[in-house]
Design a protein around this ligand. Sequence first.
Ligand SMILES: C[S@@+](CC[C@H](N)C(=O)[O-])C[C@H]1O[C@@H](n2cnc3c(N)ncnc32)[C@H](O)[C@@H]1O
Length: 231
Amino acid sequence: MTDALGLDSLGLRFREALQSMYAGEPQIGTAGRQHPIDDSTRISVEEGMTLFSLCVANGVTSTLEVGLAYGFSTVYLLAALERNGGGTHTAIDPLQEIDWDGIGSTTASRLVSGSTVLTSGSFVLVEERSDPALSDLERAGQAFGLTFIDGYHRFDDVLVDFTLSARMCPVGGMIVLHDMWLDSISAVAAFIRNNRPDFVEIITGCDNLFAVRRIDDDRRDWRHFVDFPRG
Ligand SMILES: C[S@@+](CC[C@H](N)C(=O)[O-])C[C@H]1O[C@@H](n2cnc3c(N)ncnc32)[C@H](O)[C@@H]1O
């Protein structure tokens, strides 16, 4: 049966999880308890399907996200990893338990354990602020084919998230920012367009996302700075 939301290309379990979440049904969190969810903390189906398609089209097997919450974006990214034959998704969120009752991580763990392709190591939660967490991941030698940044949305926090994530983005890898409707995020995008020649923009057709692909090493010298009018 055709899915009214447009989730047809996802595997059945991922589709069913998202249908329940978008319908606003209570979700299971820590200790198996059901919790109501609000409808303001989510990515849209269009945004989620764009993340899914970018991962599938590029054969990505290692994904990272800043900001888990109820786990909408996580479900799309896990669906892509399953489609690609397996991989690992790492989610950073210091408030997963405190603000979100563990719903995002519970959903991800359930989807991973019910998969014949994904394994128990396919979902990793880092319950810490993104700046130390990203530094630790870099120190551990991690690399990610796609990073989705949807955490604390202030300009300086997101620029730090991008800068640290870029160090773990190999040539060919992608970084996607959410919420281009915010001045803070469009300012980070303007900075990247003007100051990071090692990245090129990917046109996704999704106005609320800013996606870039790494095409080179960071070769800027220590004096480098280009002003970045936002237009
Ligand atoms: C808009 S929500 C993420 C929504 C999620 N991507 C989705 O599609 O369902 C933002 C998340 O960022 C988390 N967050 C806030 N401060 C953070 C920080 N310093 N580092 C990482 N995550 C943070 C919040 O706890 C919240 O879960």
